[in-house]
Structure formats: C-alpha cells, structure tokens
Design a binder for this molecule. Structure first.
Ligand code: PGA
Length: 259
C-alpha cells in the first residue's frame, strides 16, 4: 500500500475572472519556484470558476507541476442541460479533478447524494478524479450525528463508483466553511480517523482525505500534523497567492511521509 498523496487545493468559488486568474498564476509562478514538489507524493490543485478553466489549462502547459479541476459538472455526458458544465470538456481543457458535492452545491443548489453518485461515476468514466466533499452541519454535530452523516454521504456518494483507485475525499464541516471557525484538532482527528476506517471497509486505504473549513496560514501547521489529514481544501485564503503559498508550504513540510 502506498501512502496517500498530500493534496493542497484552492477553491476559488465564484471569484476571479480569466484576467484575474492569470494575474494570480503569474504571481504564483514566482512563489512556487522554490517549492519541492514530487508529483507522486504531492499535488497542488486549483479549482477556478468554470469561466477560468481555459486560462488554468493554458497556464498548466507552462508549469505541469500543478493540476486543476472544475468545481462542479453535470451528471450527464451531454444533451439538453442548459447552463450545465460538461465533464468531457473539463477533461479536454487539461483538468484532472472535479469537486463533487461541495456543501454549497448541496445546500444552495439542492444536490442530493444520488445525483452526486452519478457525477462521481461519469467523472471517473472520463478519466478524471472526483474529489467528493462530505461534512456535517452544526445541528447534526450537536445532535451527535456526525459519523452517521459522514458514513451516509460517503456510502451514497460512492454507490456508483467505477474505481476506488482514482478518488479523493474532502472533509468540510459545514459550520467551519467561510465562517472563520476552524474545527478543533481533536474534532478533525476524530472525523478523519472515522473516514479512513470507512474507506478501509470499502476496500481502499490510500485515498487522500483533505480537511477544509477556514484553513489559513496560521492554523495550517497544526492541522497538517494530524494523522489522516492528507492536505487541505482552501477557500478564502487561497485567493491570495502569498497566503495560499504559506499553506502549501506548511502542508508540504509535514507531508504524508509520517502518516
Ligand atoms: P473556506 O472555504 O476556506 O473559505 O472556509 C473552504 C471551502 O469551501 O472549500
């Protein structure tokens, strides 16, 4: 069994037009020059808005050490789905990943586990890697339902999985996203250990499990040191190249070697 890859991912949500994305990448280029990245062990990923995917694709041709992906895609390959994002086109643009089931997709766009399961299957069929996001709300945590929610979202989201060999999981407690409230080290350790054991029951133990929810340069070191935390999914703090670079460095310094 190989160790999970350490993945540090920037989720730009609905920020940055193509010109702003390019400006970010130009500045990023300088900051990333000194990063020691071994692509077998580490990945730095960008999830720009769909309208900036082409820009990310062009930039990646210049620096293939970095990967990118879409924040969402349609569950169907093609057809009459006005306004949707084609996973096949995402792949053509040079992407490797698609985020699936981010809590904003679940809560604001009412995406349910069965729809997410179809997206996982389609994305894998096309040779892309799904990053399935799971996480409990505050109300669910307070009722003691965290593990039940995580288990359900994992099992149902993966109910049509094509291969467990091409998959990443992001644990994002909903109450910690964009709120500045980070889960405590104990809460993160517990949730990641639980997700790891669930994945082992499903037959795979080297899947990267990322933590997301108000990750910043100053809390990344403590979080990166937790067992079974194999990187981060970063929203707000990934919009600025310098702060994202600090988070990447923190995660790389404590990368999967000892986990
Ligand atoms: P945040 O967002 O880092 O701004 O909390 C994380 C996410 O939504 O993926």
């Amino acid at each position: 069994m190989s160790a999970p890859r350490t993945l540090i991912a920037a989720n730009w949500k609905l920020h940055k037009n193509p010109r702003e994305s390019l400006t970010f990448f130009e500045e990023w280029d300088g900051l990333a020059k000194t990063m020691k990245l071994d692509p077998r062990r580490h990945g730095v990923l960008f999830f720009p808005p769909a309208t900036s995917l082409e820009t990310a694709g062009h930039w990646r041709q210049k620096d293939p050490r970095f990967e990118f992906g879409a924040q969402n895609c349609c569950s169907e390959a093609s057809g009459a789905f006005t306004g949707e994002i084609s996973a096949a086109v995402v792949k053509e643009l040079g992407a490797h990943f698609v985020l699936i089931g981010h809590s904003e997709r679940r809560s604001l766009f009412h995406e349910k586990d069965d729809l997410l399961a179809r997206k996982v299957a389609l994305v894998q069929t096309l040779g892309l890697t799904p990053m399935l996001c799971i996480g409990e709300t505050l109300a669910e945590r307070e009722k003691g339902e965290t593990n039940a929610v995580l288990s359900r979202q994992l099992k149902q989201g993966l109910s049509q999985v094509v291969t467990m060999a091409s998959l990443a999981i992001a644990y994002e407690p909903v109450w910690a996203i964009g709120t500045g409230k980070v889960a405590s080290l104990e809460q993160v350790a517990e949730a990641h250990a639980f997700i790891r054991s669930e994945l082992q029951h499903l037959g795979q133990s080297d899947i990267s499990i990322l933590y997301g929810g108000s990750v910043k340069a100053d809390n990344a070191v403590g979080l990166a040191d937790i067992a079974n935390v194999n990187g981060f999914l970063v929203g707000g703090a990934s919009l600025d190249p310098k702060s994202f670079a600090q988070i990447v460095r923190a995660a790389l310094n404590l990368s999967s070697a000892h986990k």
